[in-house]
Ligand binder design. Structure first.
Ligand code: NAP
Length: 482
C-alpha cells in the first residue's frame, strides 16, 4: 500500500520554545520528515523563537546537530538537510517582554498560512497569545497550537482557556494530544465507522469489558520534580487515556468533521460515572537495593504522588451500561506498551466444554510497539488429532501494510500538517478538556483528603497486587503487559 503525500499550502510556522527538548526531539525532526517526502512546500518557512540570543546561522547549526541525532535516516542526505535548513529562521523573543516581537511581525508574509506552536510552559500561553495579537502578528485565520499539560485541574484549565480565548477564537486553537496523531488511533475510527461489521457488536450486549493500558518501562528520573507535581492521573489518564476511551466508546458521528467528532467525545466524558475509591488503585515503584525508587527519583521523601494508577470506569449510557472500562498506566513497568483491548462476551451457549468462560474473542488495538490491530478468534486446531480448539490472531500490523519505502509518520508530524490544513478533528476542544478535569478532579481530591500513600510495586512488574485484584474480583484478568 503506498501512502499518498498531498502538499499543504505555503505556511509560516513559528515554533516558540524552538531551543527546547520537545522541539529538538519531535517537532523539528517531524517537520524535516514532512519536508523529505515533499509535503512541505519549498516556500514554507519555519521560524524558531526562544529566549536565547542567536543568529539564523547559529540556530541552523544547532538544529543540524539535533536532526542528525533525531532523524538519522534522512539527515545523512546532506543536500536534503541543507535545503531544509534553508527554510529555517530564528527570532529571539521574550514571551513576557517586548523583545523580538517587531522583528517577528516583519517576518510574517500576508499570503502564507500562519501557525504558532507554543512548545513552552503553559504559564507563557497567555503572554504569547496576547503579544501575537497586540503586534498584529496573529490574524483571524491564524492557528495557535498548545502543548500539554493543559491545566493542573479544572480551575487552571479554565484559566488557560480564558487566556487563549482573549486573543484567539476556539476554531483557531489546537490543543495537541499526540496520542490522537497515532496511526492506530485514527484507524480505530476507520475500523468502527467505515465497516458495517463492527457497529452491531460494539455495545454492552456483546462486549464484556474494555482494557486500556499505557505502560512505560522507564521511571521518572530526569523529570522527577515536574512529574511529582502531577502524577499518573494528571499526566496520563485525564488526557491520553481519556482520549482513547472516548474514541472507543463514542457514538458514530454524523460526519467526519471536527465539530461532530468532538461533540461525540464530549458526550462520552459527560456520561462517565464518578469513580468510587474502591475502584481505584494507586502505586509507586520501589527501588532495588535501597536506591532507584520513585521517592529517590523525585527527591521528595514525603511525596504521596502515584507513578501508577488503575481504575474501573463505568459509562452511564445505553450503549455501555454493564460494560466496565478498566484503565491503567504507570512507570517502570514490565514493558513499554500501549493498547486498547476490547474483550467480547462468550457465545450465549457454549457447545465446547473446555471453552466456557474463556472470552476467546478480543480486538487488540496496539499503539506501541508495532502499531496495528489484532483480532483474536477461536478455531479448530488444524490436523487430524481430534477436535481441539485453539486461539489464533488475525493481525494487521500497519508497518506491513505500507510499502517498503513508505515513511511511517510520527504522531507529531501528522498533527502539525493537520494544523496547516486547518483540520481540528484530532485536537481537543476546550469544553472536552474541561469536562475531563471535572471528572478527574474529585478522584484526585479524594486522595488528598484521605492522605493515603500509593502502594509500592516492583520495577519491571505489572504494578501493585491490588491492580490485579481490581479485575480478579470481577472474574476478569488483565492482559499481560508486553
Ligand atoms: P524546555 O526544554 O524547558 O524548553 C522550554 C523552551 O521555552 C526553551 O526553548 C526556552 O527558551 C523557551 N522559553 C522559556 N521561557 C521563555 C520566555 N520567557 N520567552 C521565550 N521563550 C522562553 O521544555 P520542553 O521539554 O521542550 O517542553 C515545552 C512544553 O511542551 C512544556 O509545556 C512541556 O510540558 C510540553 N511537553 C514536553 C514534552 C517533552 O517530551 N519534552 C512532552 C509533552 C509536552 P531558551 O532555551 O532560549 O531559554
Amino acid at each position: 500500500m503506498v501512502s499518498r503525500v498531498i502538499p499543504v499550502d505555503v505556511f509560516d510556522l513559528v515554533v516558540f520554545g524552538a531551543t527546547g527538548d520537545l522541539s529538538r526531539r519531535k517537532i523539528l525532526p517531524g517537520l524535516f520528515h514532512r519536508f523529505s517526502v515533499g509535503q512541505m512546500p519549498a516556500e514554507a518557512r519555519i521560524i524558531g523563537a526562544a529566549r536565547s540570543d542567536m543568529t539564523d546561522a547559529a540556530f541552523r547549526d544547532t538544529l543540524r546537530q539535533s536532526l542528525i541525532e533525531h532523524a538519522p535516516q534522512i539527515a545523512g542526505d546532506s543536500d536534503l538537510l541543507e535545503r531544509f535548513l534553508g527554510q529555517i529562521h530564528y527570532v529571539c523573543v521574550d514571551a513576557t517582554g517586548d523583545k523580538g516581537w517587531e522583528r517577528l511581525a516583519q517576518l510574517m508574509r500576508p499570503e502564507a498560512v500562519r501557525a504558532f506552536y507554543l512548545s513552552v510552559a503553559p504559564s507563557l500561553f497567555g503572554n504569547i497569545a496576547a503579544r501575537l495579537t497586540a503586534h498584529g502578528i496573529a490574524t483571524p485565520q491564524s492557528r495557535i497550537v498548545v502543548e500539554k499539560p493543559f491545566g493542573h485541574d479544572l480551575a487552571t484549565a479554565k484559566a488557560l482557556n480564558a487566556d487563549l480565548r482573549r486573543s484567539f477564537e476556539e476554531h483557531q486553537i489546537y490543543r495537541i494530544d499526540h496520542y490522537l496523531g497515532k496511526e492506530t488511533v485514527q484507524n480505530l475510527m476507520a475500523l468502527r465507522f467505515a465497516n458495517a461489521l463492527w457497529e452491531p457488536l460494539w455495545n454492552a450486549t456483546h462486549i464484556d469489558h474494555v482494557q486500556i493500558t499505557v505502560a512505560e518501562s522507564l521511571g521518572v528520573q530526569g523529570r522527577g520534580e515536574y512529574y511529582d507535581r502531577s502524577g499518573a492521573m494528571r499526566d496520563m489518564v485525564q488526557n491520553h487515556l481519556m482520549q482513547l476511551l472516548c474514541l472507543t466508546a463514542m457514538e458514530p458521528p454524523s460526519k467526519f468533521q471536527p465539530s461532530s467528532v468532538r461533540d461525540e467525545k464530549l458526550k462520552v466524558i459527560e456520561a462517565l460515572e464518578p469513580v468510587a475509591q474502591s475502584n481505584i488503585v494507586r502505586g509507586r515503584y520501589r527501588g532495588q537495593n535501597g536506591t532507584g525508587g520513585y521517592l529517590d527519583h523525585v527527591g521528595n521523601p514525603k511525596s504521596r504522588t502515584e507513578s501508577f494508577v488503575a481504575l474501573k470506569v463505568n459509562i452511564g449510557n445505553w450503549r455501555w451500561a454493564g460494560t466496565p472500562f478498566y484503565l491503567r498506566t504507570g512507570k517502570k513497568l514490565r514493558a513499554r506498551t500501549s493498547e486498547i483491548a476490547v474483550v467480547f462476551r462468550d457465545p450465549p451457549h457454549m457447545i465446547f466444554p473446555d471453552m466456557a468462560n474463556r472470552r476467546g474473542n478480543a480486538m487488540i488495538i496496539r499503539l506501541q510497539p508495532d502499531e496495528g490491530i489484532t483480532l483474536r478468534n477461536t478455531i479448530k486446531e488444524p490436523g487430524p488429532g481430534g477436535f481441539r480448539l485453539a486461539e489464533v490472531n488475525l493481525d494487521m500490523t500497519f508497518a506491513d501494510l505500507l510499502e517498503e519505502h513508505s515513511e511511517p509518520q510520527d504522531a507529531y508530524e501528522r498533527l502539525i500538517m493537520d494544523v496547516i490544513r486547518g483540520d481540528q478533528t484530532l485536537f481537543m476542544r476546550g469544553d472536552e478538556v474541561e469536562a475531563a478535569w471535572a471528572w478527574a478532579d474529585p478522584i484526585i481530591d479524594g486522595w488528598e483528603d484521605a492522605a493515603l500513600a500509593p502502594a509500592p510495586y516492583d520495577p519491571g512488574s505489572s504494578g501493585p497486587e491490588d491492580a490485579l485484584m481490581l479485575l480478579h474480583r470481577d472474574g476478569r484478568r488483565w492482559r499481560e503487559i508486553g
